[in-house]
Design a protein around this ligand. Structure first.
Ligand SMILES: NC(=O)c1ccc[n+]([C@@H]2O[C@H](COP(=O)([O-])OP(=O)(O)OC[C@H]3O[C@@H](n4cnc5c(N)ncnc54)[C@H](OP(=O)(O)O)[C@@H]3O)[C@@H](O)[C@H]2O)c1
Length: 256
């Protein structure tokens, strides 16, 4: 089986490529770094030649709503057309939990538009919607810091290890298309401030995390339990505690 990983140089893309290679699958890593641009179409037909499946784990350089919407609509149109020309039998896309019910604008709406193009498109598909990756807490912190303090509402989240998501993407891509979507989250529910606090503590980051239910955090339009995964649901095995432990070990090895 020949599998193209669009965005295979990104955070989750690299993990997907590594897992496919371990399984001795034929893998094509497709991203602008490797001469494949899903937005302009440069290199796309060549990358998709003889491909059985495509895993789309691309992300735009600018995550703001309008930029993300333009990126995901342009790239998904181009990729699906190229897949149809090449006779690709399975398009797998990584989306985000909440894309189907969070807000009318912003990044979530851009992911919803991507999902819809895939659902309405000509290629058999599977959609995996993941919750926030553990290390995304650092991005949330960056977006919401004022004067060394991070204010976040006490909303429930169920973050997940990107490595677990990569495992499931590989499993899905090597099976029959789901013709639908599956949600995926980590094994524990946490409150958003606690999640961010625990990751920053691992980094010995001195910023304070403060619970503030009056605040709408930058980057998230959260209402109620909208960031929690729903059925049909895959629960990932890696806890935040074991991820934090591995992060510490990786840092130790890296500093030697
Ligand atoms: N982070 C989270 O918490 C989270 C949670 C749920 C779902 N997701 C989803 O996971 C996906 C991947 O996220 P990530 O954090 O792994 O992304 P990332 O690390 O930012 O990587 C983005 C990838 O997209 C590629 N790319 C950018 N522009 C492209 C283009 N025009 N054509 C082809 N490839 C292009 C990049 O290639 P270059 O390296 O060559 O620039 C890179 O390989 C996203 O779709 C996101 O919605 C993320």
């Amino acid at each position: 089986m020949r599998i193209v990983v669009l965005g295979g140089t990104g955070q989750v893309g690299r993990m997907v490529v590594e897992r496919l290679e371990r399984r001795a699958q034929a893998v094509v890593v497709a991203s602008p770094t490797n001469g494949v641009d899903a937005r302009t179409g440069r290199g796309l037909d060549g990358a998709l030649e003889y491909a059985d499946a495509v895993i789309d784990v691309t992300n735009p350089p600018d995550l703001a709503g309008p930029a993300a919407l333009a990126f995901f609509t342009d790239t998904t149109h181009r990729v699906l057309e190229a897949e149809q020309r090449a006779g690709v039998k399975h398009h797998v896309v990584l989306s985000i939990v909440g894309a189907n019910h969070v807000g009318e604008d912003g990044y979530f709406a851009a992911k919803r538009a991507q999902e819809q193009l895939v659902e309405w498109g000509p290629v058999p598909y599977s959609i995996l919607r993941a919750t926030q990756f553990y290390d995304f807490a650092r991005v949330i912190a960056g977006w919401n810091t004022t004067d060394d303090t991070i204010r976040l509402p006490a909303k429930p989240v169920q973050p997940v290890a990107a490595s677990d998501v990569a495992d499931v993407l590989v499993e899905i891509a090597t099976r029959m298309p789901l013709s639908g979507a599956v949600d995926m989250g980590g094994p524990e529910k946490l409150l958003l401030p606690e999640f961010v606090h625990r990751v920053l503590r691992t980094d010995h980051d001195p910023r304070y995390v403060v619970e503030d239910d009056e605040i709408t955090p930058v980057g998230f339009n959260i209402s109620g339990e909208s960031l929690l995964p729903h059925a049909p649901l895959r629960l990932a095995p890696t806890t935040l505690e074991s991820w934090v432990h591995d992060e510490g070990r990786r840092r130790l090895v890296g500093s030697r």
